[in-house]
Design a protein around this ligand. Structure first.
Ligand SMILES: O=P(O)(O)OC[C@H]1O[C@H](O[C@H]2O[C@H](CO)[C@@H](O)[C@H](O)[C@H]2O)[C@H](O)[C@@H](O)[C@@H]1O
Length: 257
């Protein structure tokens, strides 16, 4: 089962920065490649205190209207974002795990087949020198350090996804077997929460898994913001990199406490 990403026609390339007006807007962020720079390994990322302080200001300026939608598990997000992860709504595992600020997670059980699929994926990782990342709702095989082994990782994951009935998720220099769910559904679920009802969602993301969120944000009267080089995307706006996202947050919160 391949995760469906509704990529638009090739000429639909987003451009320009989104407006910084927060009135009536809710703000959703992907994590890796959007709020933080991509690193060589999943554990190598840096979440700076400055970024967390800027996000705190954003939450103060848009109370109840900031959320994180990530392919990371909730546990990983808690570890990386610390107390900030409890201040906002968070959807982990590409939307399969959702937690509102100050509440317990609405969590499904991991797919029963995930353990067997992970064992098989670990054999592939060991045989070909690839990096395995185990998460609550999925297992990723990373080839950033060995780009020449992409085809091995991709074909092994495709076979295992089929065999075990798991979603096959492509990502930046990785392929993942995971539970169903997508960031678009997670965004729609969060938009039904009181503070977000009737708001225009802006969703900032960089990867193919973020396209579902761009589509959902657009359908809800908001827009997607692609972070990274121009490419075909369902996003309307584009920012170059996480540093530009940080400047957007700073501009949107000028004068906020
Ligand atoms: O939805 P996201 O928050 O963007 O998470 C997507 C995946 O991010 C991580 O992998 C990516 O970032 C790593 C660190 O920069 C990088 O080494 C890797 O090549 C990227 O694919 C994370 O490890 C995955 O679990 C997430 O699904």
């Amino acid at each position: 089962m391949l995760a469906s990403h509704r990529l638009p026609d090739a000429d639909a390339v987003p451009a320009g920065a989104p407006p910084t007006l927060l009135d009536g807007t809710s703000v959703f962020f992907d994590l890796d490649g959007t709020l933080i720079d991509i690193a060589a390994t999943p554990d190598g990322v840096v979440v700076s205190p400055d970024l967390l302080a800027a996000l705190d200001r954003l939450v103060a300026a848009a109370p109840g209207r900031v959320a994180v939608l990530s392919g990371r598990s909730l546990d990983q997000l808690d570890h990386l974002l610390g107390r900030f992860a409890r201040r906002v709504a968070v959807a982990g595992s590409h939307g399969a795990e959702i937690r509102l600020a100050g509440q317990d997670a609405r969590q499904r059980s991991a797919p029963p087949a995930l353990a067997a699929a992970t064992r098989a994926l670990r054999d592939v990782a060991e045989a070909h020198g690839l990096l395995l990342e185990e998460k609550s709702m999925g297992t990723a095989l990373h080839y950033r350090h060995a780009p020449g082994r992409e085809a091995i990782a991709a074909s092994a994951a495709a076979v295992l996804a089929d065999r075990h009935g798991l979603v096959l998720q492509r990502g930046k220099m990785m392929v993942e077997l995971r539970a169903p769910g997508d960031k678009g559904d997670a965004l729609c679920a969060l938009l039904r929460e009181e503070a977000m009802v009737g708001t225009r969602p802006l969703f900032f993301g960089d990867d193919v898994t973020d396209e579902d969120g761009f589509v959902a944000a657009t359908r809800a009267g908001g827009a997607g913001v692609l972070v990274g080089p121009a490419r075909a995307s369902a996003a309307r706006y584009r920012l170059d990199d996480p540093a530009a996202v940080r400047r957007w947050i700073d501009a949107a919160t000028v004068g906020a406490a």
